[in-house]
Write a protein that binds this ligand. Structure first.
Ligand SMILES: [Zn+2]
Length: 381
């Protein structure tokens, strides 16, 4: 079995190196944005989208032109890689099997600076050689397993990072546990397991939201691109990074724990994208309950269920377990005791009480047990 992993480290950079790194990232962002703009126009005019074959040809022409000859200062591979990822992003967003993928967006200087070398790089212990840029050392805090396939250099909140993606072949693992578990995800509790275990949510974002809003207002008062503005911008980026890191840490801990203890995990096949579709509605059809819905949206996105499911999926693949997604129909309305189905069984968000036999329990727990039951039925088929 082949598995891919990524190893991310902080790059040691000196001031003179960073201007070159920013230049590379800038060129990659430039070609991405330029091709995206022309593709957006094509979509609008119902014309064909230009994929890598075409855009790489444009790139060659741009390099020869007087106007865009600065692209020659960058190595050609990161530029091509950037166009390849744009092509991939277009393919993914039109793919119905991947409802979470969105239409590609323009890259912003203050939000994303990165570039990828698919080959030509060398890694020697804690040092990496990047074509046209030279040798850099990085803070290697863990060993790198597998064969390096590509490296991505990125800038975030004042520091440069290197992410090394590797591939390795391992013997097909056998999961150490034989149990199966159903998981119900919700707003009040992040997740409830059919074993009765409850994972409380991490509403870090909610708490930090006010702080973020305050800092944003300060930014709005500053003169754009002044030193004060840049400092404030960095402050906000650090806060964003802090929120993102806490969230990822929380999701990793929760998913590792579940994946370690259960060979088969059954989940509801929620289309997170549908749930969180813009509450605003269209120009002539204003969405209902805009306020209530946007509050719910914030919680849904904040919880990171999509990311949680992805983590469970790859962790199960590595450990020899599996994840089963089932149709969520009636999982919150079916009685565990007499199987009576009614929406009146769910008296409140938190309480389940059967109108037929009187069985009562926590609604999330009932949901998780029903999910497990459906999972068992599906596997038996
Ligand atoms: Zn009942």
């Amino acid at each position: 079995m082949k598995i891919q992993k990524a190893f991310k480290f902080r790059l040691n950079t000196k001031r003179k190196d960073t201007s070159k790194l920013f230049q590379f990232a800038g060129c990659c962002r430039f070609v991405w944005n330029k091709c995206l703009a022309s593709n957006k126009l094509a979509v609008k005019n119902k014309q064909k989208i230009a994929y890598y074959q075409e855009t790489s040809f444009w790139l060659t022409l741009w390099k020869q032109s007087e106007e865009y000859k600065f692209l020659k200062d960058c190595h050609s591979q990161p530029l091509q890689q950037s166009l390849k990822s744009l092509g991939r992003a277009f393919k993914d967003c039109f793919d119905k099997k991947q409802p979470l993928k969105k239409f590609p967006r323009f890259k912003n200087k203050y939000k994303s600076s990165s570039f990828t070398f698919p080959q030509g790089f060398k890694i020697n212990n804690n040092q990496v050689y990047l074509p046209k840029l030279g040798w850099f050392s990085f803070r290697k805090h863990r060993s790198i397993q597998g064969n390096p396939k590509n490296v991505t250099i990125s800038y975030k909140s004042g520091h440069w990072y290197i992410s090394i993606q590797t591939e390795q072949t391992v013997a097909t693992p056998i999961h150490q546990s034989k149990t199966m578990v159903g998981i119900d995800v919700g707003i009040a509790n992040f997740a409830t397991l059919s074993t009765g275990e409850v994972i409380k949510p991490l509403n870090q974002f909610r708490k930090l939201e006010n702080k973020l809003a305050r800092e944003q207002r300060t930014l709005a008062r500053r003169k754009k691109l002044s030193n004060g503005w840049k400092n404030q911008k960095t402050k906000i980026q650090r806060l964003h990074a802090f929120i993102a890191n806490s969230k990822s840490d929380f999701l990793h801990k929760a998913s590792t724990n579940i994946s370690k203890n259960h060979a088969m995990i059954v989940l509801e096949d929620l289309k997170v994208r549908n749930l969180s579709k813009s509450a605003k509605g269209t120009a002539d059809n204003h969405g209902k309950n805009v306020k209530a819905k946007s509050g719910l949206n914030k919680s849904i996105l904040d919880q990171g269920w999509g990311m949680f499911r992805q983590m469970l999926e790859y962790k199960q693949r590595w450990s020899g377990g599996d994840v089963l997604a089932i149709n969520p129909r009636n999982t919150s309305r079916t009685c565990l005791s007499c199987s009576h189905v009614s929406k009146d069984n769910r008296t409140t968000q938190a309480k389940f009480e059967c109108v037929s036999c009187g069985y009562s329990a926590n609604a999330d727990y009932v949901g998780a047990c029903n999910i497990l039951r459906v999972g068992h039925t599906q596997l038996a088929c």
